[in-house]
Design a protein around this ligand. Sequence first.
Ligand code: SFD
Ligand code: AMP
Length: 626
Amino acid sequence: MPNFETVEVTTDLLIIGGGMSACGAALEAAHWAKKHGIKVTLVDKAAMDRSGAVAQGLSAINQYLGIAEGENTPEDYVRYVRQDLMGVSREDLVYSIARHVDSSVHLFEKWGLPIWRDENGKVIRSGRWQVMISGESYKIIVAEAAKNALGTENIIERVFVVEPLLDGDRIAGAVGFSVRENKFYVFRCKAAIVCMGGAVHVFRPRSTGEGLGRSWYPPFNAGASAYFTIRAGAEMTCQEIRFIPVRFKDAYGPVGAWFLLFKSRATSAGTGEDYLVRNKAVLEEYKPYGTTKPTPANLRNYLGMIDENQGLGPLYMRTEEAIANLAKAYEGDEKAFKKKLKQLESEAWEDFLDMTIGQALLWAAHNVRPEQKPSEIAAAEPYFIGSHSGASGAWVSGPADLAPPEYFWGYENMTTVKGLFAAGDASGASPHKFSSGSFTEGRIAARSACRFIMDNNTLPNVDAAEVEKYKERILRPLDLYEQYKNYSTDPNVNPNYVRPMMYMYRLQKLMDEYCGGVSMRFMTSKTLLERGLELIQMLKEDAEKLAAEDLHELMRCWENIHRTYQAEAHLRSVLFREETRWPGYYFRADFPKMDNDNWLCFVNCKYDRNTDTWEIFKRPIINIVD
Ligand code: SFD
Ligand code: AMP
């Protein structure tokens, strides 16, 4: 094995990840650090300027309340989120983000992010909560501010964090490796914030073969947050709540602006009808959520799937109809009509160019003129994210002033492991944070983590022998490859090891076929899940045989191990919840109905890394808003 230098970094607060929530955490921590002499270090697997979900930019900020403008209140937002997640949300956490989020958006604008405003200076909204932006450079703008606040000397890029280090029941640090140099990193800290995003490519994606790697959420978020918190022994929540977005088919372009800003209908080709209208009787079965507006995202998916399952697809976003409707008001004045049409066309293209460039390319390649021709939409493969319309993540403490005792253990956003905090996609049960809310939650978590450090100002112990063991285990795939690569003519076909791509295919096939992926039309059952759990145990045994040709593949190996833990938590939680609460995300064939009497609750779980066992149990939902 090549010689790997061990680099030790000792700090007070370790921010793990460099995305939206990490940038918020960095900004806030820098403030408290200066005031109280706290050292803060941020580590990201990539380069902060373009790392994480906002890498390509975004075309909207999906959480802006407009509290000062008198538009909405945090209570309104709590009701909206509860409704969208079919009753399952931590209202204290949602409230806490909602009351602070506007100030984050004001900062983004101050730093140079162009927010669309009308001639009176009012933000242009696409929906009740969403504001339009010209956001291609969104992440660069936010990262620049975070870097300026923290100082680049406190930021370590291109280091992939693998595993937590613990001192008893307290976080003590983390280990990882550089993806560019032969360096093994050992971080020691008094508190850490997990901000490593969600998990993509756990399920077989729709885009395989030449399209592999294309997904809606960023393929580089590979379950590190879930792995880190699970392995640290943190209680996890909502691991059954995957997110399946409906997107423009094959390039995953966003639909929000079309539905909300352009007021487009989506129809099934076989009927020519709006599937939301045609199938609306089904919503009665999901009262009160099904019959209250807005219809939850999973139910909107479900109504489309009903037509697809009857062979009435494909589903089409009626872009041509929407543009014609919006331009109608200008008919009669040819000049004004043409101008309006041009504006609508350019807004339609900008929506994609700002955040999903591949969709604009696909439109160009397919000769799509949105003003002339509708475009196919489809439900994507499942993703794990706590920040959008999914909710999986760590179970964290709520704020002192809002959380009931069941949800409060001293420090807001602290997981059940002392000193370990989570934000953004990494924290569970508080969905619909999006980019602005994730940044805001990072700020909340950092302030709280700094307070924890002041109250617990000692450096936890790190067991040197354990670190050495991790070093050997983490780098082992490189050894294995070197040892056996010449055994066969083609290094891909070798009985002594598994290459990361093959391992990933196996994981994805397993999840797809047994846990309700795209090819199973999102349907699963007890017997399928139990078989999936048997197979995942065997996959975990083979994880010991993962082999890496270079540092990049070493990262791929560990990304897959991270995904496997997310997969197992999901399988177990879907199995535990004996109902179908989120049709359109997944269906339990053996429990096809929603069951509010028994399952209007959180499903939480906990892993013990010493015994490799899981505990799974219910937690109550406590409403704090009427
Ligand atoms: O509408 C490691 N999102 C949208 N939010 C909006 O506000 N408006 C939109 O228009 C949104 N849309 C959207 C969105 C996302 C994507 C991909 C698309 C469209 C195509 C959601 C937000 O982007 C999202 O809520 C936040 O970004 C979540 O923030 P956070 O901090 O939880 O995750 P991140 O930003 O992805 O950052 C993750 C970081 O972790 C790093 N990382 N670092 C070290 N070691 C490891 N092992 C690591 N693994 C990961 C990453 O490099 C990154 O820095 S719309 O279409 O839905
Ligand atoms: P999306 O592009 O689907 O991520 O949507 C962006 C935002 O608009 C998110 O807040 C969605 O929840 C919301 N949204 C998308 N489509 C609809 C719809 N048909 N009705 C209500 N809200 C929607």
